[in-house]
Design a protein around this ligand. Structure first.
Ligand code: NDP
Length: 373
């Protein structure tokens, strides 16, 4: 089980979810575009996706989700581990001509089966493989965090623009009806304006030798990995960009967290003077989003898991039979490609989050000073 998993009821409820949840809640764009609109005419030209990096997320979430997608399918794989080639080829019926490694990756350019590259590598490899994919003429989904610096994000956006391919970041939660409900608190203002956002995401990390604890591969610690969800959530629930922040860092294990951050708290200021408050950690489990408005409060807890999200709004329980986040996310991008539209989770979204992360590290480096974003 991954640190984001809570239970496994979502597939069972997939049909029920899309019909009842969406009609009942008036869900906006991401849901209606994929689940409520008849796209059967597009079935014949489904784009093929190649997953790059067959680790935990590809194995346990993305590949299974690609068995549920309606507008794209798993066409190829890119792996540095020879033994995985046979296992994946057999399990997902992938022909040998669609299997690549990191050294011959660029030759994917001539493979018409593959329209979309999904980069699921350690964070510091995101920029390199996104740029290579763009140069190969392939559309790209890149996992979060988009990269490890603002400069890399800008380079990735430029490479995709220069090569006329689309870029999206793997923010699956923008495709959860629970988060859509929180986003609509600002968009539709049923209870007045949003006045405060509080969010935390942390988990206890295991294996001390893993890449997530190495600065050169991860770029940072808990903040880069899961704190980024809190940044996203504050930005999309306020519907504004933060203008300044102040951050504080705490360590209980200086050996394990020698290279990367263990626990960080930070507060973001928004243009109207309102504030959001956040904690992220690799040492303890915490997982919630609270959105206060003038007249009511929305609460999600857990807020950031793959499934099993729970919450309430104005003291009423939210109970969606939510669809598979990754399947909806990838279907949305496939439709962006097929219909030549822009992803709601574009490279610019990833860049905006990265600007905030850099500002957090800048505040820490300056001795907790308030920094402008
Ligand atoms: P894993 O460690 O499980 O897998 C990473 C894979 O990358 C490896 O299995 C390997 O695949 C490949 N790889 C290539 N070079 C290296 C290297 N030097 N060190 C380690 N692995 C290497 O990571 P995850 O799958 O958990 O995470 C991958 C990315 O996905 C991260 O950016 C993470 O932030 C993101 N992610 C996003 C989630 C979401 O909910 N959106 C959830 C989980 C992760 P191979 O053997 O095939 O070469």
């Amino acid at each position: 089980m991954t640190h984001f998993g809570t239970n496994d009821h979502s597939r069972r409820n997939f049909i029920k979810n899309s019909a009842i949840g969406i009609a009942g809640m008036g869900i906006a764009a991401p849901f209606t575009s994929v689940l409520a609109v008849d796209k059967t005419s597009l079935q014949t030209k489904k784009p093929g996706i190649a997953l790059v990096g067959l680790g935990s997320y590809s194995t346990n979430q993305l590949a299974p989700a690609l068995l549920e997608t309606k507008h794209c399918y798993l066409a190829g794989i890119v792996t540095g581990t020879k033994e995985k080639e046979k296992v994946w080829a057999e399990k997902y019926n992938i022909p040998a001509k669609n299997i690549y490694n990191y050294d011959n990756f660029e030759s994917i350019a001539s493979n018409d089966d593959i329209a979309i590259i999904y980069v699921v590598l350690p964070n510091s490899m995101h920029a390199e493989f996104t740029i290579k994919a763009a140069k190969a003429g392939k559309h790209v989904i890149c996992e979060k965090p988009m990269a490890v610096s603002v400069k890399e994000c800008n380079d990735m956006i430029k490479a995709c623009k220069d090569n006329n391919v689309k870029l999206s970041i793997g923010y699956r939660l923008q495709f959860s009806p629970y988060h859509e409900k929180m986003i609509n608190l600002n968009k539709e203002r049923p209870f007045g304006k949003v006045t405060y956002v509080s969010s935390q995401f942390g988990f206890k990390i295991g294996d001390p030798t893993q890449w997530r604890l190495k600065k050169d591969l991860a770029g940072g610690g808990a903040l880069m990995d899961v704190g980024i969800y809190c940044v996203q959530a504050a930005r999309y629930t306020y519907g504004q960009e933060p203008v300044a922040l102040t951050a504080q860092e705490f360590k209980t294990d200086r050996k394990k967290f020698k290279e990367v951050d263990e626990t960080i708290t930070w507060q973001m200021e928004f243009p109207d003077g309102s504030v959001s408050n956040h904690t992220t950690s690799y040492s303890f489990g915490t997982n919630h989003l609270i959105v206060s408005t003038e007249k009511a409060r929305g609460i999600l807890m857990p807020a950031y898991s793959y499934d099993g999200l729970k919450g309430s709004l104005n003291n009423e329980i939210l109970d969606f039979d939510a669809p598979n986040q990754q399947a909806v996310q990838m279907d949305n991008f496939a439709l962006n490609v097929l219909e030549n539209t822009e992803s709601i989770i574009s490279g610019e979204e990833g860049l905006k989050d990265m600007k905030v992360l850099e500002a957090v590290y800048k505040s820490l480096a300056s001795g907790n000073k308030r920094v402008n974003i």
